[in-house]
Design a protein around this ligand. Structure first.
Ligand SMILES: [Zn+2]
Length: 405
């Protein structure tokens, strides 16, 4: 079996179904395409002989391939949605034999990927690469993972490779707040540990992510006509200003890097009577994350004392956790991943991700879920591309993990 062609075949089938998530719909999944894609996966899982196949009321697809030998129970998770960055939802992939230089993605629309602006292309000279037609993302994030998981299952079944229990989950709406992994029913997805395949270039490994929370402030002031405002009016916007000014201006996304945490005031809505504020808290260190929450509560108390006539409420929401809170590199989920890479001669490129994955959410829910590479570059961009050799290596990692479990 030619694994590369096989992977490409799967990828093109999934890429043909537009499945952008849409922020703010209030329903999961947020788009019809994710239902359609999920149904296709259910059909394919059924044809492969998996059991307990389910597409639940949130469009979450789960299934189990029962083991043929004793082993750790493994889970694989990918997301159904592609990101909406104001590009076309329709993806028209093309495979280009890359011989160096600029890549004309779309002659008609004059969309060219410049080799000077994208030095990452150079490493793939002489290789086949999948690109979009420049009017959309490619959606290797995360359909490369979907192709990888489905191809791996088919290879295992058809080649009768021995394996332990393999759980799969395809979850919607990752790109708009890890919504699918939050509602994934853990009675239907019960591995000892799991993996997402949602990172970029060859060799990438992520087991450290932020601890993440959202904070919602509601401020109600006192309105008054200017003629009677003296000692009476309380301006909620200025109360918000006082609150914001208590937070260190150097601990913000634009002033931090690597493993620094931050506060991010990222939404405000106000009028003369009320002001709503939203803030994100991010920190790799769990203790620091908790300290940031405590500081926030104290800041609110301080502003309450300053403005006794204002009504101020604050609500905290934990969104996801650092995967490393619940596992060290010596533990099986992470150790086996490095073992798989090393067995395949792939150099590991570990980095702490200033964000979260479905795995950060699953880890917070008790299933340690590190993340490895799809092989692609430039997620969330019209210049997203997927070199086939790296794509195949990503599949080899999946097969090796199943073997090592
Ligand atoms: Zn992704």
């Amino acid at each position: 079996m030619n694994y590369q062609d096989f992977l490409v075949e799967h990828f093109l089938r999934y890429a043909a179904i537009a499945s952008q998530s849409i922020a703010g719909t209030g329903v999961i999944p947020s788009s019809e395409g994710q239902w359609t894609l999920g149904r296709l996966l259910c059909d394919e899982l059924k044809a492969l002989g998996l059991i307990n196949i389910d597409q639940d009321e949130h469009g979450v697809v789960t299934a189990l391939l029962p083991g043929t030998r004793p082993a750790a129970k493994l889970g694989f998770c990918s997301h159904l949605d592609t990101v909406n960055v104001s590009l076309s939802p329709e993806v028209k992939p093309q495979i280009i034999d890359y011989q160096g230089g600029d890549v004309v993605l779309n002659a008609k629309e004059h969309i060219v990927m410049s080799a000077a602006e994208h030095p990452e292309l150079k490493a793939y000279q002489g290789q086949k690469i999948i690109f979009s037609d420049g009017t959309s993302v490619l959606g290797a994030d995360n359909k490369a993972a979907m192709a990888n998981i489905m191809a791996a299952l088919q290879i295992i079944v058809e080649e009768q490779r021995p394996h332990g229990d393999l759980y799969v989950a395809f979850v919607p709406d990752e790109e708009i707040g890890l919504c699918g992994s939050k509602v994934l029913d853990l009675n239907k997805f019960k591995p000892d540990y799991a993996y997402t395949i949602d990172s970029c270039a060859l060799g990438e490994v992520v087991y450290e992510t932020f601890n993440a929370g959202s904070v919602y402030f509601e401020i109600e002031g006192v309105t008054a006509h200017p003629m009677s405002a003296k000692d009476n009016l309380v301006n909620p916007i200025l109360v918000a200003h006082d609150l914001i000014s208590l937070f260190d201006r150097l601990q913000t996304p634009e002033h931090t890097a690597e493993k620094d945490g931050y506060w991010w005031f990222n939404a405000v809505k106000a009028d003369a009577l009320t002001c709503s504020l939203t803030m994100h808290i991010r920190d790799f260190d769990k203790a620091n994350y908790l300290k940031r929450k405590e500081f926030t509560q104290q800041a609110v108390e301080q502003v309450k004392r300053l403005h006794p006539k204002a009504k101020i409420t604050v609500r905290f929401e934990d969104v996801y956790e650092n995967i490393a809170n619940n596992a060290s590199p010596a533990d099986a989920p992470i150790a086996k991943l490095y073992q798989a890479l090393s067995a395949l001669g792939i150099e590991a490129r570990t980095y702490a991700m200033r964000g979260g994955t479905d795995g950060s959410c699953l880890s917070a829910r008790g299933i340690v879920t590190p993340n490895y590479f799809t092989g692609a570059h430039n997620f969330h961009s019209r210049f997203e591309f997927l070199p086939l050799e790296s794509f195949e290596k990503s599949l080899q990692v999946t097969l090796k993990l199943i073997e090592l479990a």
